[in-house]
Design a protein. Structure first.
Length: 317
């Protein structure tokens, strides 16, 4: 656990710093483990000096919602290392504006890998599936990682550090909570990060949700296949996905009413916060580390909406 606390300090310092160094090349993983029913994959880049072919010091990344189709790869680095619009290839390229919140993640992973940490990423076949479904896949992969650690001499093995991005924080929360509170299984996660994870629900205006399928239908009607049209199609798929129903506080599919699936998830025993690991939540800022120039509790918007109804006279000619 001491090692994980040192890692915690290092990661937090990195995330608040723009002075980056260079590590070894991590453009391709060393090993790919196929999960249950081929519905997920865990990519592994062994840490510098780890020639055992086994995971010894795992830094396990959990992907968030994936707007791409299951077999769609938008970024031509290596199709073998990516399902959807996010995977190993996108995570380590460091130049993808669609994932600008983690654009500096590559440097962090390079540093960790050069320091001996094994970098792992779970890539779900369908990143829009229900949270509990992908959480079960993650649970199985956690058990595989621990089976790897069981084969490592105790003096050189480490517990798992898990870094979950956006919805990945909810997926990992369900997996760890299920193992702790329901199944009484040892997940062996000592440090659990969630970054920009909507633990209390995602709040997207109903109007924004409702306009996406309309724009998608217009693109479809005109036969447009531009990158913008493809992005709208991916977004439309995400808005109506099981994952969105789990996360959104209100859903346009229910005419703006509160999502009952969100309440089911929030009240599930499996979704209780894990208690065994050190839990750290990170909220992304504005990219420069500057505070917003607004005092706490200040009024942000004041609108005065007045509607004048004109008298309409209809003449029949």
């Amino acid at each position: 656990m001491k090692r994980n606390k040192n890692l915690l300090v290092g990661v937090l310092l990195f995330l608040t710093s723009f002075q980056f160094g260079f590590g070894q090349d991590i453009s391709e993983p060393d090993y790919t483990h196929t999960g249950p029913f081929n519905l997920c994959r865990t990519y592994v880049k062994y840490g510098c000096g780890n020639t055992s072919g086994k995971v010894k010091r795992p830094f396990y990344v959990v992907e968030g919602i994936d707007l791409g189709k299951p077999m769609h790869t938008s970024y031509d680095i290596n199709d073998d290392y990516q399902w959807g619009s996010f995977g190993w290839s996108t995570m380590v390229c460091g130049t993808n504006e669609a994932f600008r919140d983690i654009r500096n993640f590559k440097e962090l992973l390079e540093r960790l890998n050069a320091s001996g940490w094994d970098i792992l990423l779970i890539d779900f076949f369908d990143g829009n599936s229900a949270i509990k479904d992908n959480a079960e896949l993650l649970r199985q992969e956690i058990k595989w990682v621990n089976s790897q650690l069981d084969e490592t001499p105790s003096e050189s093995r480490s517990d798992i550090t898990m870094f979950s991005i956006s919805m990945g924080g909810l997926t990992s929360r369900y997996a760890l909570g299920n193992m702790e509170h329901v199944l009484n299984e040892d997940h062996n996660v000592g440090l659990w990060f969630t970054m920009d994870s909507p633990h209390l629900g995602a709040n997207i205006p109903i109007g924004n949700q409702a306009v996406v399928p309309i724009v998608d239908a217009l693109y479809d009607y005109t036969g447009s296949n531009t990158p913008k049209a493809q992005n709208v199609a991916h977004l439309n798929r995400a808005v109506v996905s099981p994952a969105a129903e789990d996360m959104l506080l209100s859903n346009y599919k229910y005419c703006g009413a509160r999502s009952y699936k969100f309440d089911i998830l929030q009240n599930a025993e499996e979704f209780k916060m894990p208690e065994k690991p050190l839990c750290v939540a990170i909220a992304n800022g504005n990219g420069k580390g500057d505070k917003m120039p607004i005092a706490e509790g200040a009024e942000l918007v004041k609108a005065d909406l007045r509607i004048h109804l004109a008298e309409i006279t209809v003449k029949f000619l």
